[in-house]
Design a protein around this ligand. Structure first.
Ligand code: PRX
Length: 646
């Protein structure tokens, strides 16, 4: 990357398009262009634009299929799109089995370091196959069949990856619940998916503290009759209660005859579900997004290959948690599909000190770092001295995901971490999209805070309430116009909600739930969610979930949760609470309610502030007007109040 150029800069011979772009633009350097696998972005975009199915069929052909497809895209039953119909494949075959026939057999697939820095474990593709086979045979011995759901609730240890791949290998559908969630969130997700098996750990480490995963799982499973078995991986060695018959130590089963180092990979139909992943929606309880073996495989493989321009000698580090879609697509599946070496770190960015991540980059010679703006903002706070103590020269690319990155954080990341050499891939996408949707590749000129343009084959648009495209630079709803292989297929158990939520407001177009604007250069700028979803430190939470947790407290009659801008977290949760008669508002009670939410949902959902009110603003039909609470809290115009009850 060259130094930043304003529009006043003179166009250079090497890039005649330079002068055309508006605002602050960072152009790729000659070195970056020389390294890039894909040099001509425009030509590929044009090709995919003209022949969407041809583009994706070519990408799919780079992977191995047990049976080829008869149709690339079946859009006859919209919005229930199907991809690679007629084909048979198992994503694990392409993540692992395929590589065993090549030199990659002995290449490192995964490198892991513990939070305390005392343990390091690494796995070649060959060894990964052994681990996944062992786990698959054990899961199968616990009565799990193709199509059964398995809930995975673990810390960031290699076994979480083995568990996901083992489920996929035998055709079971995994449902990973983020290890930072607590009882209510876990229980709701196990119950909704009717999981037969729960895989957990005795505990996990979080910033030096012990999290009691098994105890939380016990509490959640107590109310979930579908669960027949619990498989427990020992990580911390803490004391846990094992329920006879139901609970099994993983290390004990590994020593038993059921464990097999070689185990077959089940052949699946391309459209068979691979996993479900719960995410917060605009209303009600979280919904389970369904992804499939075939399309999701092709989508994650292709996007990671082009956007992060993967090379054989890369050390890829996606610093998300495997429990979120970012971890599914770009810690687990995408890197393995590409035969890459991935790094997984157990802990968080600033423990035991704010130099920890930078130390890991030096120690493992990380070449690409992909993380969220919240982490960048958090580390930026501690100053340049921390990163400057470490050799970060191995880095060649950086990435951002999960929320808009403010230009200040972008520039710090670019300058202090990337030393002005490493382009930042700001990737916009969602649990539902499964893969990057609006994103640059390394050769695309960047504007801090913009994910640039849609990925190959995609067209995005900004529309008004009526679905009409708005003018350049005007804010509106962000919609996607073309189907893509990794698109969600439905909401598990609720196809009507799938249609209603994503395809009804603007028929024929996928409604993202985000507001955005497009500038005169065709670059997209995400503004934020238009629904009741809050992004706290990049984590997606629903106001309804927080409110449900609050209402379980005996003092609470009613509550409303909203997200307000927060300097570090992007957004933070604010709650307005109406107490039951006889209850008295106090600072202590407010604190108790904050802790109550954290205990029930997980620390990430702990409200920033709880305020007591006498009344909540409601529409005549009884819905809480969160929009009004939000406007009032920020001193912004209150907008149309015609539906407000007196
Ligand atoms: O609002 C957008 C924001 O995150 C939402 C999707 O959240 P989730 O399903 O948890 O997936 C996050 C990781 C893929 C989007 O609707 N978002 C995601 N990436 C970006 C973003 N906002 C701005 N810039 C991004 N790069």
């Amino acid at each position: 990357m060259a130094t930043k150029k304003k529009k006043t800069s003179k166009p250079k011979k090497t890039s005649p398009k330079r002068a055309k772009l508006h605002g602050e633009v960072f152009f790729p350097s000659k070195e970056v262009i020389a390294q890039a696998n894909l040099k001509d972005w425009d030509a590929t975009a044009k090709r995919a634009g003209k022949d969407l199915e041809g583009f994706w069929a070519d990408e799919a052909s780079e992977l191995e299929w047990a049976k080829p497809w008869t149709m690339v895209l079946d859009d006859s039953k919209q919005p229930f799109f199907k991809w690679f119909t007629g084909a048979q494949v198992n994503i694990v075959h392409n993540c692992i089995d395929r590589h065993l026939k090549t030199y990659r057999k002995n290449k490192l697939a995964l490198v892991w370091e513990s939070e305390d820095g005392k343990e390091e474990r690494s796995f070649s593709y060959f060894k990964l196959n052994r681990e996944v086979s062992l786990m698959a045979s054990i899961i199968k011995s616990l009565g799990v069949e193709k199509g059964d759901r398995v809930t995975i609730y673990m810390g960031r240890v290699p076994e979480i990856i083995f568990a996901m791949l083992a489920c996929a290998k035998i055709g079971a559908i995994h449902s990973v619940v983020f290890g930072g969630f607590s009882v209510d969130a876990l229980q709701g997700r196990i119950a909704d998916s009717a999981s037969k098996l729960v895989i957990t750990c005795d505990g996990s480490y979080q910033n030096g503290k012990l999290i009691e995963l098994k105890r939380i799982a016990d509490e959640a499973v107590a109310k979930c009759p579908s669960v027949e078995n619990m498989l427990v991986v020992r990580r911390t060695g803490q004391v846990v209660t094992m329920q006879p018959e139901r609970d099994h130590w993983y290390h004990e089963l590994l020593e038993s005859p059921v464990a097999k180092e070689r185990f077959p990979t089940e052949v699946m139909d391309a459209e068979d579900p691979l996993f479900i992943l719960y995410t917060s929606g605009s209303t009600g309880k979280p919904k389970a997004i369904v992804h499939t073996h075939g399309g999701y495989m092709v989508g994650t493989y292709t996007t990671l290959k082009y956007v992060f321009d993967l090379k054989d000698d890369d050390r890829w580090w996606c610093a998300a948690d495997p429990g979120w879609i970012t971890g599914h697509s770009y810690i687990v599946y995408g890197p393995l599909l590409n035969g890459a070496t991935s790094f997984l770190y157990e802990g968080g960015p600033a423990f035991p000190n704010p130099g920890r991540w930078w130390q890991l980059i030096e120690r493992y010679a990380i070449t690409v770092l992909y993380t969220a703006p919240t982490a960048i903002r958090g580390l930026m706070r501690f100053g340049e001295d921390w990163p400057n103590q470490y050799d970060l020269s191995s880095l060649r690319l950086l990435g951002s995901v999960g929320e808009p990155i403010n230009p200040e954080a972008w520039k710090w990341y670019y300058t202090v971490i990337g030393k002005e050499r490493c382009p930042i891939m700001d990737t916009w996408w969602q649990t539902e999209t499964g893969m990057f949707m609006i994103t640059p590749t390394p050769v695309v000129p960047l504007k801090p805070g913009s994910g640039t343009r849609p990925f190959f084959g995609q067209e995005a648009e900004i529309v008004d309430e009526q679905g009409k495209p708005v003018k350049d630079n005007e804010e509106g709803y962000l919609v996607l116009k073309k189907p893509w292989p990794a698109m969600l297929r439905t909401i598990y158990g609720d196809p009507d909600r799938y249609v209603q939520q994503y395809w009804s407001k603007f028929p024929g177009k996928y409604m993202t739930g985000d507001s955005a604007r497009r500038d005169e250069d065709g670059y997209f700028w995400i503004i934020g969610r238009v629904d009741d979803v809050i992004k706290v430190s990049g984590h997606r939470l629903g106001t309804a979930e927080v409110e449900s947790a609050l209402i379980t407290h005996p003092a609470v009659a009613e509550s409303a949760a909203i997200g307000l801008p927060h300097e570090l977290k992007g957004q933070a949760i604010y709650c307005f609470v109406l107490l039951k008669p006889g209850q008295t508002a106090s600072a202590e009670l407010a604190e108790e309610l904050r802790q109550h939410v954290a205990k029930h949902m997980g620390a990430i959902a702990r409200p920033e502030e709880v305020r007591f009110v006498d009344k909540l603003p409601k529409t005549r039909s009884g819905k809480i007007m969160r929009r009004l609470l939000k406007a009032r809290a920020q001193g912004l115009p209150e907008g149309d109040l015609s539906t407000l009850e007196e």
